[in-house]
Design a protein around this ligand. Structure first.
Ligand code: BES
Ligand code: ZN
Length: 444
């Protein structure tokens, strides 16, 4: 790997491009500008496309008739680094330790995006052109649901006409084992606000005579699951396609023991989840209801004898084929209303949504991806599904009519979204090789 690649990577990582927090909007935009400059510098025609939210970076080479058109997609926004005290080094001051680069976004998705860029750059340097027509679309709102990317695709449908999309924002089953992901879970979000008294009250003067909103919220949230981890919302599983035997068997032959991996990576005292499924099956093929945040009342040091006026919770549901986000939200809202204890009111706000995705890894394009993976890593590729979501992928199909090749480089211990996120240089280098290989494989 060339020496300046690491400096390049660090520059990209130093932008705190946190999309969810308005305070960082300026820094998100600076990161987008850096990309525009970087991509223009390697000879791509690049524009910054403003949106109602964070800008999209759109680059292309000179297109020639008769060549395949490839759309490479990724995101330059990152998740918030909190809680900061759990980081061993500051999240936006990248450091290299034992071959791993530590920083927020190192894996998700900046390291992988830079591997695309460097693969493209090296190919252009070697051959003076790419063997395909390229669209490179790097957005700044993936981590908040890609709310403005759909209209960008719609408005530029003709200009963006492509044969296939390539995305590296997914996982690698194990170090050294290249991975083609043929499925993603979908996701849909909602936020709950429970209100009791008109103000925070003295819990001695009023306690016992009014409902406590935090108690009410906790009781209601506790009805979302049974004790075995199954979601208890009526109708939740109605459209879920059962996992077929061939797929279960194929996953059992993968070179990882999912149960062991979960215990090791998460540090939980024991496995937990829906009965009848192992960990990989639970993550890749089963839907969930998760409470991602909960709040209310006094959180400071010591005690405060108070009954809070409000309590809140943030929920997301992971979706699998053939569940529909809108329908799940409707069922969830009805369930919450039905189980809301007396003495409080509730407001529910819908959040972002993104559908699940499933494609055929053995299509001609899937086989081309598998060849590129094999060439770049000198190892047979693993075929897996993913538990995570990339909301725009189903719109590549819906709006542009193209399938997506998900060829990611994130390892289970890369700590995406967690403190001490990291990316091994080995995968960075492998990613550059992979990008060169996929461009060649897609050329014919
Ligand atoms: N890279 C992830 C998605 C992912 C993670 C795919 C692991 C496959 C395996 C992506 O950046 C992400 O985190 N997406 C969010 C989307 C959501 C905020 C709409 C997710 O899955 O939570
Ligand atoms: Zn992410």
């Amino acid at each position: 790997m060339r020496e300046n690649y690491l400096e390049d990577f660090y520059s990209f990582l130093r932008f705190p491009s946190i999309s969810t927090d308005d305070q960082y909007a300026e820094r998100v935009a600076e990161c987008a500008h850096w990309l525009v400059k970087r991509l223009t510098g390697i000879g791509l025609e690049t524009q910054l496309v403003p949106t109602r939210g964070h800008p999209i970076v759109w680059a292309r080479n000179k297109h020639q008739p008769g060549r395949r058109t490839v759309l490479i997609y990724g995101h330059y926004d990152v998740q918030p680094p909190d809680p900061l005290e759990l980081w061993d080094s500051p999240p936006f001051e990248p450091v290299l330790k034992n071959g791993y680069v530590f920083a927020r976004g190192a894996t998700d998705n900046k390291g992988q995006i830079l591997a695309h860029i460097l693969g493209i750059q090296e190919t252009m340097e070697q051959d003076r052109d790419l063997p395909v027509n390229l669209h490179l679309v790097i957005e700044g709102e993936e981590e908040i649901g890609s709310g403005n990317l759909g209209s960008f695709l719609n408005e530029n449908r003709e200009a963006l006409k492509s044969d296939v999309a390539v995305v590296s924002d997914t996982g690698m089953i194990e170090k050294g084992v290249p991975t083609l992901s043929y499925g993603l879970r979908g996701v849909t979000a909602l936020e709950i606000k429970v209100t009791g008294p008109k103000m925070d009250l003295h819990s001695g003067i009023f306690g016992g005579a009014v409902q406590n909103p935090i108690t009410a919220l906790a009781q209601m949230l506790a009805t979302l699951h049974d004790r075995e981890g199954r979601v208890a919302i009526s109708g939740f599983y109605d459209r879920v396609k059962s996992l077929e035997n061939w797929e279960r068997e194929a996953w059992r032959k993968l070179p990882v023991d999912g149960d062991k991996l979960i215990l090791k990576e998460t540090g939980v005292p024991e496995l937990f989840g829906e009965a009848g499924y192992n960990s990989l099956e639970r993550i890749w093929a089963r839907p969930t209801a998760e409470i991602n945040g909960i709040g209310g009342g006094y959180q400071g040091q010591g005690t405060k004898t108070v009954i809070a006026s409000h309590a809140m919770a943030k929920l997301t549901f992971r979706l699998v084929p053939e569940q529909e986000g809108d329908e799940i939200l409707k069922l969830a809202r009805a369930h919450l209303r039905k189980n809301l204890p007396k003495g409080v009111t509730m407001e529910i706000t819908d959040g972002h949504s993104g559908p699940w995705y499933l494609t055929d890894p053995h299509s001609p394009l899937g086989e081309a991806a598998q060849r590129a993976l094999r060439n770049a890593f000198d190892h047979d590729p693993a075929l897996i599904r993913e538990g995570g979501s990339i909301p725009i992928v189903s719109q590549f199909r819906g709006i542009l009519g193209i399938e997506t090749l998900l060829m990611g480089l994130a390892l289970a211990d890369c700590r995406a979204h967690s403190p001490n996120e990291n990316f091994p240089l080995e995968n960075f280098e492998g990613g550059i090789r992979l990008n060169k290989a996929i461009l060649q494989e897609l050329a014919h």
